[in-house]
Design a protein around this ligand. Sequence first.
Ligand code: SF4
Ligand code: SF4
Length: 355
Amino acid sequence: MLTTESLRDYALNVLGVDKLGVANIERFDSAPDDMNPRFIMPKARSVIVYLKRIVRGTCRGVDEGTNWSSYHIFSYAGLGQMLGLAKDRLLRHIEQHGYDATPLSAVASSREFGPKAPPAAPGLPPREVVIQHRIAGTLAGLGEIGWSKVFLTKEFGPRQRLGVILTDAELEPDPIVTGELCDRCMRCVAECPAGAIDPDRSVGIEVEGHRIEWNDLDLGKCKLTHFGLNKLSGPFFAKRFPGVSFPVADQEVTWLEAWDMGWAMFPTMPALSALSASPVASCGARGCIIACMKHLETTGVLETKFRTAPGFSDGEPWRLDEKPGHLESDHKGFVWDPDKPEVEKPEPSDGKGWY
Ligand code: SF4
Ligand code: SF4
């Protein structure tokens, strides 16, 4: 017999998933049509949400300003693939018990890219209907959405990614728990290199007496930074285009403009395009994940503890400069900072070195 507990046991102990929770479909009753799971699976009775943690050490290189590939490969693209593998096994498991199981993906919603097409039939909302995974995770009792808009759990703080499955199996829902983690410290706001996290304006919903609220994130600024176009948070764009002045915090772009620009610029930045065939997560989520993780670890509210670095790292976060400016006299081609000494050239190899 398929129950919430048997599914959780299978996910955690066979598939290596870190958490699994269930929401009954009624918790989505007030969702707008283009975010309502019933428009994807009319007979859905339960929404299953599971997560795998972002391994903390994959944030090290970004926090040090020395390595971006570990975060992207292990905590973004690779973690998405691992979630997909676990999802495939969960879908088969549910189907073996005689129920339908519909997988969802964490893709952009039509609010971001605009409706692609008219409704498939009269009375249906325009395509695509997309369920926001963080809302689903909250309604399945896994954690809460922080002010940053990132999903938080008591085990890992902001370190996880989510997967969602709809099923017509009627499973016992888990209780919703909110208001225990995000204390509105605003460290995510201060350390977001894009200025994308709004300190004042919020959006939110109310479900079963829980107010679920997050900042009205500037999706355009975030996406430009995420795709490596922010000179403050990575060397990629400045190295390739030293003469272009592009302060991301001053840009007023939609998510779609930023997305298109990121895809257009991505192949021009070899340090990024060597990592992946598609734009990479090159912000490293320094405000919304890393800064928040440090805060929550330091306040002691998280259950996962670390022996030698209980607050991940100390000190002020690094920040590159918008300078050198866009004039040739400022940037001198590829010279990074005219005030700093040039890096010494390595000695010619004698054939006995590491390479
Ligand atoms: S850093 Fe984390 S805990 Fe602090 S306001 Fe942002 S989301 Fe909330
Ligand atoms: S991913 Fe980066 S730019 Fe976007 S909100 Fe998080 S810290 Fe800010």
